[in-house]
Design a binder for this molecule. Structure first.
Ligand SMILES: Cc1cc2nc3c(=O)[nH]c(=O)nc-3n(C[C@H](O)[C@H](O)[C@H](O)COP(=O)(O)OP(=O)(O)OC[C@H]3O[C@@H](n4cnc5c(N)ncnc54)[C@H](O)[C@@H]3O)c2cc1C
Length: 588
């Protein structure tokens, strides 16, 4: 390692590339490769993607394919630190991710429209065509659909993209349908026709998997491997340090070799557009290194200020979770129609005898009024009555406080709606992980002014807003109700974590602070698409304020996080971004 690639248009040295391309994309990850594919598809324009990682024949989470970053200690979580998972390989985080393939709900995307300040097309209706363009759904096998009563609706999916959603076929599970039915019968739980319908509820969902090869479907397999276009090149093992400007017009980038410190920095020019796709952790670094960011920090780092944009590196959000609300069954349930004889056979025999018939993945995605019918109103009231600045980083400027105030307004309303997904439970029980998908705390990802090219300082500021712990307490109580009342009561499950001695809200909160992990590897928001007077970094066309020819297309542009794993939304955003860039730069 580094692994060499089989493609002649993958370059490993600065002298192998041209001096100038029409489009230069920083980051050959999920969003970067999607847009690179679209901008090179008519063959008329030259495109270069510059990627810090290398080609790898394997995929999946592994230190050699990930950045090595540890978060700052989290005072809200008893000063614990956490690994910051980000892919650094061709394909980016889509090459290492968990392949859970979900999208958010309608009101979560409509919040982006409200936070756009007027005339925004960043809403459910505006994004649905791009979910369809971006993802092909491979329907479940008929036997599987019948076994598990899987419904789907192709109105929410496309058929042309080479990024695939496929219903996985796990081995037969002894009680997955018991869990399904028990959750379905919990008060307020809906069963939408499709996980892609923009609705919360209980669903079997696809994973990002090729339906034929049964391998990971990701940005490289879908947007690079079969292309082999003469007008599309990739430079790997190269770190972009900063963007070049003529005045405030982006004209190219400077990069260094990732491995050899004795190679001098090199430059490449972009005739039409520089496209920033380095992900929510490193996009802010490249902006700041280029003089775009909070001016006090830039001055500390001795970087001349090109555009004072305080929002760069702020507004950081992720999902948070508790790994295990742990139970053991009193009596283990079994599905009434399960073929027990088959089930007890070794796994390979089961797989051979039930081709396509195993259970796909199952999730319960639940709005706050369903999580806590008694408390959601009080939680929403407590949240909306907060002084917006009370729990924000102390260096937030007025525009940023105003932006958070707008978010607070939107989200206090959405805490009262059943549509946005606050709680996610992947059902394979008993018990299991609970995820809070809408934290109100806001973190920062900032450059170390003493070492601007060193790793970014990632501060989740988890639980800095107390409402997040209060919400997590209600999620624990929901899991307790699910496991011990209703359909599952008969199985007399015993709780070992938090345990029967942890009862009151304050006991649960103290336990939660010991347990919460502030990231599901879904960082977003650090170059948010919001009005500049609300602390935004990019406009509705994803152009960086105060500049021309510079567009951001990655997860950092999301103003607020969606109640779903993030990759599918990143693909849809990138598809929309490609159309915006084409229209703006006269692509035909
Ligand atoms: C471990 C893990 C598990 C996840 N699980 C899921 C899941 O199950 N389901 C899901 O939907 N989502 C999941 N996600 C999240 C999802 O994959 C990401 O939200 C999405 O891929 C981000 O896309 P992006 O384009 O913003 O960034 P990335 O795909 O991360 O791309 C950014 C690229 O830029 C490169 N880069 C960074 N800095 C530089 C530089 N200076 N110069 C050149 N290149 C640079 C990086 O190496 C990287 O390849 C997971 C992520 C991780 C890391």
């Amino acid at each position: 390692w580094p692994t060499t690639s089989p493609y002649t248009n993958v370059k490993t040295r600065a002298e192998q590339i041209e001096a100038e391309y029409d489009y230069v994309i920083i980051g050959g990850g999920t969003s970067g490769l999607t847009v690179g594919d679209r901008l090179s598809e008519n063959g008329k324009y030259s495109v270069l993607a510059i990627e810090y990682g290398y080609f790898d024949t394997q995929t999946g989470m592994n230190p050699k394919r990930m950045f090595n970053i540890t978060s700052k200690p989290q005072p809200g979580l008893n000063d614990r630190t956490f690994p910051v998972g980000i892919g650094c390989v061709v394909g980016g985080s889509s090459c290492v991710n968990g392949q859970v393939f979900l999208r958010g709900t309608k009101e979560e995307y409509n919040a982006w429209e409200t936070l756009g300040g007027g005339n925004s097309t960043w809403n459910w209706e505006g994004l649905l065509p791009y979910f369809k363009k971006g993802i092909t759904l491979s329907p479940p096998e008929p036997v599987q659909a019948k076994n598990y009563n899987i419904t789907y609706d192709m109105a929410y999916w496309g058929t042309t993209s080479k990024i695939f959603g496929t219903f996985g076929t796990n081995y037969l599970q002894p009680y997955i349908k018991v869990l399904y039915n028990a959750m379905k019968n919990m008060p307020g739980i809906a069963v939408p026709v499709d996980s892609g319908a923009g609705e919360p509820g209980l669903y079997w969902y696809p994973i990002s998997q090729d339906p034929i090869k049964y391998e990971r479907s990701y940005a490289r397999s879908g947007h690079w491997d079969d292309l082999n276009r003469g007008n599309y090149e990739m430079l790997v093992g190269a770190k972009v340090t900063n963007i070049l400007f003529d005045g405030t017009t982006a004209t190219g980038v400077t990069f260094t070799s990732r491995n050899s410190s004795d190679t001098p920095p090199a430059q490449v020019k972009a005739r039409r557009q520089v496209i920033l796709a380095a992900g929510a952790v490193h996009t802010p670094q490249i902006l700041m290194r280029s003089g775009i960011g909070p001016s006090p920090l830039l001055k500390d780092a001795d970087i001349p200020v090109l555009v004072d944009l305080p929002g760069v590196g702020s507004n950081f959000q992720d999902h948070s979770y508790i790994r295990n609300i742990a139970y053991s069954w009193g009596t283990t349930p079994t599905d009434s129609d399960l073929d027990l004889e088959l089930f007890n056979k070794p796994r390979d025999i089961i797989a051979a005898r039930a081709p396509g018939g195993g259970a796909p993945s199952l999730a319960a995605m639940i709005g706050l009024p369903v999580v806590t019918p008694d408390k959601y109103e009080a939680l929403a009231q407590a949240y909306e009555s907060q002084d917006p600045a009370a729990y924000l980083p102390s260096n937030y400027e007025e525009t940023q406080i105003e932006g958070y105030k707008q978010q607070q307004k939107v989200w206090a309303k959405l805490m009262r709606s059943t549509n946005p997904v606050f709680l996610e439970i992947m059902l394979h029980g008993p018990g299991g992980a609970i995820q809070n998908l809408h934290c109100m705390s806001r973190g920062t990802i900032l450059m170390d002014p003493k070492d601007p090219d060193g790793e970014m300082q990632v501060d989740y500021r988890a639980a800095s807003n107390p409402v997040d712990v209060d919400v997590m307490v209600e999620m624990i109580k929901f899991m307790r109700r699910y496991m011990t009342t209703g359909d599952l009561a008969q199985y007399e499950a015993k709780e070992s974590l938090p345990g029967s001695n942890i009862i009151t809200d304050s006991e649960l909160a103290a336990w939660a602070k010991e347990q919460i992990i502030p990231s599901v590897y879904h960082p977003i928001g650090t170059a948010a698409k919001m009005p500049r007077e609300w602390g935004g970094v990019v406009d509705e066309d994803l152009q960086v304020y105060g500049t021309t020819n510079l567009t951001i297309i990655d997860a950092s542009i999301m103003p607020t996080i969606v109640g779903a794993t993030t990759s599918m939304t990143v693909y849809a955003v990138a598809e929309k971004a490609a159309d915006i860039i084409k229209a703006r730069t006269g692509w035909d």
